[in-house]
Ligand binder design. Structure first.
Ligand code: PMP
Length: 340
């Protein structure tokens, strides 16, 4: 980011996020691990990029007219991005969200002026699933579009044209590996495609949480999930349109416990307050770094995504009682406050 360059409007604040070397993860991997600071976007998550691209795409296709409404089903971060972009462009926002997501995300959406519709968390095959509810609402609402982030490839285009190009420039073309987890798959597919266009030898790895089906799909060709995860925003059970043709070379499976070790260490040792998907991504990046080192790649450089801010999870990941109830380790400084 060239901070000497003034920006013409607030939407130009989306993207061009900093890339930072992560000291502890680099030591653990034996090579440089870099984090793309997506929490630095105006909505504090990676999803601002997809929100902007999907809205601009709907405008370009003539589907979204002045004063129209953007409706979306989301775990929260996409909704926050959409609400900010929609406010800046004069659209209304309706967000359908499973009611097991963090309270901070719900409060944030309401504060941004979005109409929030909470639904019980169900399987994708259920017509009551948040994605189907949001699609039906858009069909029934005059002047509304459905953003449809899972199968709307404007989502991954944001990463082909944005995130991947930024990573290439920020590493001066010396990047050997990239990994992250998938929610819609827009980030992994888009960054993977954008980087492979630059250099086929950049290894693209999927980092999957437990409870998702993609690890088995890329490892054995079978969509099958095992276990579960409390990480919000990641964990996909199907090949979304964004994931089609994603250039995935290898895959890792990371537990919540391992992800939480890095959430805690990055906070305690490096002053970064992140969500659990970031911790899982960093653990995956360490695996990828170790793999490249073991193969003898010269001074490998590995990048991952720091997806959103931990301030979005104060009532969950940073709450001793919640952590104990989920069977996750409680940081000692949280435990000392008396929760567990
Ligand atoms: N982390 C968090 C916290 C998210 O909200 C999301 C988006 N759902 C992701 C990671 C995954 O991003 P993508 O949808 O591009 O796969």
């Amino acid at each position: 980011m060239n901070i000497t360059q003034p920006l013409g409007d607030t939407l130009a604040l989306i993207g061009n996020t900093p890339l930072v070397r992560l000291t502890g993860p680099s030591e653990a991997a034996g090579c440089d691990i870099w984090g793309k600071c997506e929490f630095a976007n105006p909505g504090s998550s990676v999803k601002d990029r997809a929100a902007l691209y999907m809205i601009r795409d709907a405008e370009a296709r003539g589907e979204l007219q002045p004063g129209g409404t953007v409706i979306e089903g989301t775990a929260g971060n996409t909704g926050i991005g959409i609400a900010l972009v929609a406010n800046a462009l004069g659209y209304k926002t309706v967000i359908v969200m499973p009611d097991n997501q963090s309270k901070e995300k719900m409060d944030t959406l309401r504060a941004l002026g979005a109409r929030l519709v909470l639904v019980p968390p169900t399987k994708y095959a259920d017509p009551a699933h948040f994605q189907h509810v949001s699609r039906r609402m858009a069909e029934e609402t005059e002047g509304a579009i459905w953003a449809g982030q899972f199968d709307n490839v404007a989502n991954r285009k944001a990463h082909i044209e944005g995130t991947a190009q930024e990573l290439w420039v920020q590493t001066s073309g010396k990047i050997d590996g990239f990994t992250c987890a998938a929610g819609t798959g827009g980030t992994i597919a888009g960054v993977g495609m954008g980087l492979k266009e630059k250099n086929e030898n950049i290894r693209i790895a999927l980092t999957d949480p437990h409870g998702a089906a993609l690890y088995n799909y890329y490892a054995h060709g079978e969509l099958k999930s095992e276990g579960s995860s409390v990480a919000e925003g990641i964990g996909q059970g199907r090949i979304t349109a964004n994931l089609e043709d994603a250039p995935i070379d290898t895959q890792f499976r990371i537990s919540d416990e391992t992800g939480m070790i890095w959430v805690e260490r990055l906070l305690r040792e490096e002053g970064l307050c992140l969500g659990l998907s970031s911790g899982i991504n960093v653990a995956g990046a360490i695996e990828l770094g170790k793999q490249l080192v073991a193969e003898g790649r010269d001074n490998p450089q590995v990048a991952t995504i720091l997806c959103d801010t931990g301030f979005r999870y104060l009532s969950t990941l940073y709450n001793a009682e919640w952590l104990a109830a989920k069977g996750l380790p409680v940081f000692d400084w949280l435990a000392h406050e008396g929760g567990a």
